[in-house]
Design a binder for this molecule. Structure first.
Ligand code: GLV
Ligand code: MN
Ligand code: MN
Length: 405
């Protein structure tokens, strides 16, 4: 039987990013399409039947009865952030495949069908909207909005989906898929320092932090870097720099808040050109959704003041928002008792990251298992999981699935 690491080793060359380091596996790019093909082959080799649904979600079925309704679903995603690590997403997919091997080895005879699912564009790295596949499935996003999202090259989601063999006309709330999901359990690399000091390879997820993304476009006067005196400028980059600092200050003053500007784009973007516009993206998170809303309001208010002083204008656009999710209490309890045999005293942890399991919580009981990340770093090439911990994670997932099947 394969180990989780040997399964991951088989995709270690796909989507490497030599300039950023780590992996860049944007949804429906060559790298992610190769990963989808790899998944199809791995699942098929295990006797699972693989299908792609109307929203581009891959399903690998172990049909135990004539009906797929109320099935047990596990899985994660294969897309990555730009320059991401090897585990965010693929660990959950590889562990699900190994968990199927373990269940077979144990001679488990499922009383309901089991599916391993792969969700497209979990990161929102290419089209800006995170958990896009699960949002479409649950109907929490308008398919017209999704179809017209564009990547940095101007390719629309509709065009990218069509090129990947997914008909964009059929995107949207999927009643059949909703009926199929009885319970969803996602295994994921722990993305902070949560498990480092707990002497445990795995944890059960309790909550997922509410978060949102906003684009702030700051317009000024594009001009010549040599001929424009400092006093004569309306430089949106100067305003953007102050907004970045203001966002940090505002978040630092609010207990438990996070605010990040990880992406900033000057237009037209020349060394000897004062930009005419700077777009920056704000990622803001807090446990209380009302606080997230007030944080973004404060940052926007501060941006308006800064822009007025610099002779610029700021326009804020919300790109996505997700409330804090409390994972299903009864399912958490089932996980704890299933893990009690091999992993007694498994800790429970909140996550500051976003996950499809959070979105799917709107239509079915969902739960998460986290696997220790000794670096405490994620969305970076330094994200890591020890081989033994990865295997422990697959055993934990198999224990949980066995109990739930
Ligand atoms: C995804 O990992 C996110 O938290 O944005
Ligand atoms: Mn993830
Ligand atoms: Mn991620």
């Amino acid at each position: 039987m394969q180990t989780v690491s040997s399964v991951l080793d088989s995709i270690s060359d796909i989507g490497r990013d030599p300039s950023r380091g780590g992996y860049s596996r944007g949804v429906y790019t060559g790298a992610e399409l190769s990963l989808r093909e790899w998944f199809d082959a791995e699942a098929t080799a295990r006797g699972l039947s693989v299908e792609t649904d109307r929203n581009g979600i891959l399903w690998a079925w172990w049909d135990a009865t004539d009906s797929r309704d109320g099935a047990l679903v596990t899985g994660s995603h294969l897309d990555s952030v730009p320059g991401g690590g090897a585990f965010d997403g693929p660990l959950g997919v590889a562990s699900a495949l190994v968990a199927v091997d373990l269940l077979r080895e144990r001679g488990v005879e499922p009383r309901r069908s089991l599916a391993v699912a792969v969700f497209p564009e979990e990161e929102g790295s290419r089209f800006g909207l995170s958990c896009l596949g699960s949002r479409l499935l649950t109907g929490s996003v308008d398919p017209d909005t999704v179809r017209s999202l564009t990547d940095t090259d101007g390719t629309t989601f509709a065009e990218a989906a069509r090129a990947a063999g997914v008909d964009p006309a059929h995107l949207g709330r999927d009643e059949e898929a909703i009926r199929h999901i009885g319970d969803f359990v996602e295994l994921h690399v722990e993305q902070g320092r949560g498990l480092i000091d707990l002497d445990s390879a795995v944890a059960i997820g309790s909550t997922m932090l509410g978060h949102g993304r906003w684009r702030l476009s700051i317009t000024g006067q594009g001009n010549h870097a040599g001929t424009t005196l400092m006093a004569d400028r309306a430089d949106p980059m100067i305003a953007a720099a102050q907004v970045v600092l203001a966002a940090r200050k505002i978040a630092a003053e609010q207990e438990g808040a996070r605010a990040t500007v990880g992406r900033l784009q000057p237009v037209p973007g020349g060394t000897n050109v004062i930009a005419s516009r700077v777009d920056l993206w704000l990622d803001v998170r807090h446990e209380e959704d009302a606080v997230t809303a007030s944080l973004i309001e404060k940052i926007h208010g501060q941006a308006q003041k800064i822009c007025a002083f610099e002779g610029c204008r700021a326009t804020l656009t919300e790109e996505s928002r997700s409330g804090t999710v409390h994972f299903d209490g009864a399912l958490q309890h089932t996980l704890a008792s299933a893990l009690g045999r091999s992993f007694p005293g498994t800790p429970t942890l909140p996550t500051g990251a976003g996950h499809d399991a959070g979105i799917l919580g709107a239509i079915a009981p969902t739960a998460m298992l986290f696997v220790r990340n000794p670096t405490g770093i994620s969305h970076s090439p330094e994200e890591f999981v020890e081989r033994d911990d990865a295997d422990a994670g697959a055993v934990a997932l198999a224990d949980v699935l066995e109990d739930l099947l």
